[in-house]
Design a protein around this ligand. Structure first.
Ligand code: CA
Length: 230
């Protein structure tokens, strides 16, 4: 028997007592809890290792909850509950279409928040139940391979690092320098300048076009860098 690990809830809240209180309730409800007090730190960590659900306070140092929600939603389908100190702000947030699954006003009862978390997670479904179809492009991290319609592309380690970084964050624009950093973090050994990333991307595009003609998923953003459009 391999009991499945508890679902992890990220709590991004700059009031430490409230953050701890919510974390205690989450743990008592059977979740793993992870607390952040700063929006920018949370974004980095949650991108690297997405939780099952994030509870985001609106007013945060570093990066506010609204911007954080949008950034996380741009990456994927992470369920989000936003918490605001002002009830009238909920209308504004709804109007801005931040993309949160639910909104809660302070002061709230932790029990109420737990009920909302359960409801949002239920709607989101079990984490691995989605994606029955073979995705057009998928990362096989264990094999350091990218699959195009289920078949591995013939990539150099650097090309793999670049494409994996782009695929992990669809629609996000990367500078050349950032892409190089991410490719290195992914294990690629390169001593590359900005110029050479362009030639890697050129080769990647050629290989992608061979496997997926006409798709052209890597966009050049003039003066900035590159983006992957799924
Ligand atoms: Ca706050």
């Amino acid at each position: 028997m391999n009991p499945s690990p508890p679902l992890r809830i990220a709590i991004v809240e700059d009031e430490p007592e409230l953050a701890d209180l919510v974390a205690d309730y989450a743990r008592a409800a059977g979740y793993a809890a992870q607390v952040f007090h700063d929006g920018a730190q949370a974004l980095d960590a949650l991108r690297r290792d997405p939780p099952a659900l994030a509870v985001l306070d609106v007013m945060l140092p570093g990066l506010d909850g609204l911007a954080l929600c949008r950034a996380l939603r741009a990456d994927g389908d992470l369920p989000v509950i936003m918490v605001t100190a002002r009830v009238e702000e909920i209308d504004r947030l709804l109007g801005l279409e931040a993309g949160a699954d639910d909104y809660l006003c302070k002061p709230f009862s932790p029990r109420e928040l737990m009920a909302r978390i359960r409801a949002v997670l239920r709607r989101a479904g079990p984490p691995s139940s989605a994606a029955p179809a073979v995705p057009v492009l998928a990362i096989d991290a264990a094999a350091h391979a990218i699959l195009a319609n289920g078949k591995p592309l013939d990539l150099t380690p650097t090309e793999y690092g670049i494409l994996a970084a782009l695929l992990r964050r669809p629609r996000q624009v990367f500078s050349r320098a950032r892409l190089l950093d991410l490719a290195r973090e992914g294990g690629a050994h390169l001593d590359a300048s900005d110029r050479t990333i362009d030639s890697h991307v050129k080769n990647l595009r050629r290989k992608l076009d061979g496997a997926l003609p006409g798709l052209e998923p890597i966009r050049s953003i003039y003066g900035v860098g590159y983006r992957f459009d799924p």
